[in-house]
Write a protein that binds this ligand. Structure first.
Ligand code: PGA
Length: 223
């Protein structure tokens, strides 16, 4: 199972160092199935027993892109994993960049956690699968380092995860499109993780709020 933590705009350099120390000690050895996306200002240069991923980057090596991070900056921290298509970034204007980001990350062999998910209006109109397919149409679904995270927008940060039956039918549909591991994200917590991980075709979780405290994230991993 893959356990990914998206820390979003939380944690400082100092607090993430403590987070990583605790996680490193708990893991003991390098584990490629644990991914943490800290804020980029907090990236660690030292080796970690989990994969450090970038919440955001610009599809360039370097250049005149004020405020952005290029590959050169990720390289300095050995970052080889990126999050693309998170709904919070789509809202902030990433939509037009998603394909370019994916193609760049693929070209440079990054592990890509690619997020898709519908809003409540789309869900209620019965167009979920069609919508998700349109979000996936722009990327190479056979890319070997791809992980797809299904994160229905209406369940993110609300404390209420999507219905197990809905998650299950979406994941089943996604297996017809790609062989990539499939994660579920959206209010995953201590109380619902077991049921979510027992869904057929669920290869792990992408967790926000419930992973902000390292002790909680560890509890989710240990089950
Ligand atoms: P949440 O966030 O667990 O707080 O709902 C998940 C995410 O945005 O990836």
């Amino acid at each position: 199972m893959i356990f990914a933590a998206n820390l979003k705009c939380n944690h400082t350099r100092a607090s993430f160092k403590i987070y990583a120390d605790v996680l490193n000690k708990t893991m003991g050895v390098k584990c490629d199935d644990i991914i943490v996306f800290p804020p980029s200002i907090a990236f660690l240069e030292s080796q970690t027993n989990f994969i450090q991923g970038a919440q955001n980057f610009y599809p360039c090596i370097n250049g005149a892109f004020t405020g952005e991070l290029g590959k050169e900056h990720l390289d300095e921290f050995g970052i080889k994993c990126v999050l693309i298509g998170h709904s919070e970034r789509r809202i902030l204007g990433d939509e037009t960049l998603i394909k370019a980001k994916f193609d760049f990350a693929k070209e440079h062999n990054y592990k890509i956690v690619f997020c898709i998910g519908e809003d409540l209006k789309t869900k209620n109109s019965g167009k979920t699968l069609e919508f998700l397919k349109s979000q996936l149409d722009i990327i190479d679904l056979n890319y070997k380092n791809l992980i797809i995270a299904y994160e229905p927008i209406y369940s993110i940060g609300t404390g209420v995860s999507a219905d197990i039956k809905d998650i299950s039918s979406v994941l089943e549909y996604l297996t017809t499109l790609s062989q990539a591991p499939l994660l579920y994200g959206g209010s995953v917590n201590e109380n619902n993780i077991k049921e979510i991980l027992s869904i057929e075709n669920c290869g792990g979780v992408l967790v926000g709020s419930a992973a902000l405290k390292v002790e909680n994230f560890i509890k989710l991993i240990k089950g």
